[in-house]
Write a protein that binds this ligand. Sequence first.
Ligand SMILES: O=P(O)(O)O[C@H]1O[C@H](CO)[C@@H](O)[C@H]1O
Ligand SMILES: [Mn+2]
Ligand SMILES: [Mn+2]
Length: 403
Amino acid sequence: MSRAFLVVLDSAGIGGAPDAGEFFNGDVPDTDANTIGHIAQACAAGRAEDGRSGPLQVPVLASLGLGAALEAASGMAPPPGLDGPVTGAWAAATEVSRGKDTPSGHWELAGVPVPWDWHTFPKADPCFPPELVEEVCRLSGTDGILGNRHASGTNIIEEEGAAHVRNGRPICYTSVDSVFQIAAHEEAFGLDRLLELCADLAPRLHDMKVGRVIARPFLGSEETGWKRTSNRKDFAIAPPAPTLCDWLHEAGHPVHAVGKIGDIFSMRGIDDVVKGEDAELMEGLAALADGAEDGAFVFANLVEFDSLYGHRRDVSGYARALEWADNALGLIIPRLRAGDLLIVTADHGNDPTFSGTDHTRERVPVLMQGAVPGGRGLVDFVDVAATVADHLGVTPKNGKSFL
Ligand SMILES: O=P(O)(O)O[C@H]1O[C@H](CO)[C@@H](O)[C@H]1O
Ligand SMILES: [Mn+2]
Ligand SMILES: [Mn+2]
């Protein structure tokens, strides 16, 4: 029996979402956002020269069909670096869930579109209701909170880090996503205390249809600067129905998660999880390519495209990360066995050339190694789940297989 590997490059969208005009960064609709397309254009124009140079160098993703998927999704002619011959199987997928966030994207890729409207907090200052603030204070034993507004996570640590270390109040903030995020110093506040606070708060926020409470621990000082650590933890609402992980798990297939996947699916239908920074996750993925059992499903998320570069609007950084991942995937592919299927995709966009600091509503690439080569054109997110299930001999509960 063969295996299936589903790798999500978090936020690597390819533009063209038909409903992008209904999603915003500040006052600007996401209509023209195109994460991969705009990064490739910036690279080709010499506008992404920090730590790298010239056209985007992603020969593996390009030969799997990234440029073709980009063109099918958005009509953009593939820029230099994405314009070579295609030998893989590819598609461009459209999302229907009403959120441009990580859980919506992943659940729908796993066969379960989100049936509800997420609760988001108003772009006001303060943005959280007083009862919620009281609950945070009660649970954390503090006399107030810091933040209480929409913010970028790295900016708010700059703004509130010193006060936090002085008065011990947790830094609470949100974004256009359905999230309640708490940043706290690992030593001054305590990592375990932060994780416990988030775990205790999560049920109340999930009842409000807030998708995630996210612990954002950091270290450092005002003098040396602040740095977020990889001890981030997402306390996500559970998927509304059994997902691809459950379909396969119930049919007796081992399911291995890499990265945030365990949190996103509340560990449902998942046997074990590899954690760490993206470089460690990529090593974990390579080890699973070598060692995962026959019939296994390996589901990986690489988050740093989004967290380190997309939200920070860092075009060179995003391009460097894509080039690094392309090289690493090129080393993993030869380690796959005959009959294995690898799908590389994304969960939403986060165009680093775009206005604001939030995700962007986009179509995503579906690049396949191990399927019959050729283009499948425009498909649905749920078709990815159907394809993986079909490949492993399990009848999909949703979607159409590409095989
Ligand atoms: O700016 P940071 O803290 O990275 O936050 C970002 O990360 C959140 C969860 O992925 C998003 O909703 C966005 O707010
Ligand atoms: Mn994401
Ligand atoms: Mn994000």
